[in-house]
Design a protein around this ligand. Sequence first.
Ligand code: ZN
Ligand code: ZN
Length: 578
Amino acid sequence: MSKNFTPQKFIVCCALPYANGGQHLGHLAGAYLPGDIFTRYKRMQGHDVHFLCGTDEHGAAITFKALEEKITPRQVVDKYHKIIKDGLTACDIHFDIFSRTTHPCHIKRSQEIFLNLHKKNLLEQKTEMRLHCSSCNQFLPDRYVMGTCPSCKATGARGDQCEKCGVWYEPEALIDPICQLCKKNKAALKETSHWYLKLNELEPKIRSWLESKTEWRKNVLGYAFQPLKSELTSRAITRDLEWGVPVPLPNSDGKVLYVWFDAPIGYISASEDWSIELGKPDHWRTYWEDKNAKLVHFIGKDNIIFHTVVWPAVLMGDERYILPDMVCGNEFLNLEGEKFSTSRNYALWINETLEIVPVDLLRYYLTAISPESSDSNFSWDEYQSKINTELADIIGNLINRTLTFINKNFDGQIGPENATADSSIEKFINETVKEYSSQLDEGYSKFALNAVTDLGRKLNVYFQEQAPWKTRKEDPLKAHNSLYSTCVGIKAVALLLYPICPGIAQRIWTQLGFAESIMEPIMEPINELINKVPFSEITNFRFPKGHKASVDIVPIVTKVEDDFITSQKEILKSKVKS
Ligand SMILES: [Zn+2]
Ligand SMILES: [Zn+2]
């Protein structure tokens, strides 16, 4: 590490999943995997990264699931929090904390931010007519009603959006709205009052802040400026519901914070939860209140407007915490050319996929097709070809032939005494690191991976040109030197692969003969991963004196068979509900 290196503080947040169902590969590729790769990369460089996530456990999405499964909302969130957490852990995604928005510190923090905005006169109360069921004695927000679409007149339209024509509206706009709790009573308008966030007053600040973000991704800026084409209007932040964070003001019985308002505060409260576990309850402030720390969000495109306009507006109004520095909003992943569909079970769920695909191969392929700049597609055929022709044929084969040759002809000695790497190899590695870093610094993992496989290709060509199997007889020193150079390249490949597929990186590392691990997982009290080998080792074109390769050289991956691919395509077809 260079002497003038200054560690940068980062808070890396992945979108908070709703605790009302499992997660599929689209979620993994869109937010959690790229967030984990970015975190590992920055930690390798020696930066101080706080990596967090948690489940979003409030709102009608939860209460409806409870009605559907005939259990309580509490049972719903307990069940799915565990399923989601276990799935992400199995994907080798290790957050400092995977919290939940029903945690007491979240309730407290959300109420405190609400009151701060209230004190600053950024909230206004409006009296309005909202749908209510007299038989259930309850107000009916969002999906609690169904009726006829006010736009296309389709029947069975949901309270917030018509699935037929796609139009969004307030539930009060529905024609013949029917209560979805009793499924029979016609909902009627009843007076109630709600709190609104004055987005209109915050608009000039939001606009000039966004205008300063010229380096952000084009797709992110495109979404961000959409709502700013017209004037922003104030937005309701409370609902008449029992399940949620209670509104902390007098005469607010039966009112809770609207889930969109409390959910992102979950990023801050997850840090608090972590700090409490660490036994340093104020530690989170050293990130969220440090003006030099960088807040980075990894989210899907459906969440972009929210994270570039609404959430920053809350933070700007509150004025105590840092604003997003980078919003990595990814496009969608499709499956064999079609959209994932939870209701039709047209999906590859994380848990079931990991039963048939090794985690590192899944991470490798999802990174290779990461939907970073446009929608992308998961296909079993392409999975097979990426694993077999890139990972096995290019990288795996390079490692296998080089180390086997060294073991057979040079007793495992990576290089002769005082060996140095060829300048061409140093140049390849320097160029790769430059490209890789410039991509990952912006949160693009797909192009970073491309740079690594390109390096693998170049090393194969180099090995072929050097032909140590020929030079071994006429000039053994030359042969040994070229093998040393190839190993310097392989060492770089291992370290560059580490953020993307840590298990494979470790396997290469061990075969190169290093006894210590690339990283050291510290499991208590939190799953923090500490890199033992710094990023700068990639451009240290040397091996320790007398270094020997491992005697156990085995393929780093097993090739994917045709039969497996054929059967996976059939399984996917057979499980879809029509
Ligand atoms: Zn419609
Ligand atoms: Zn009812």
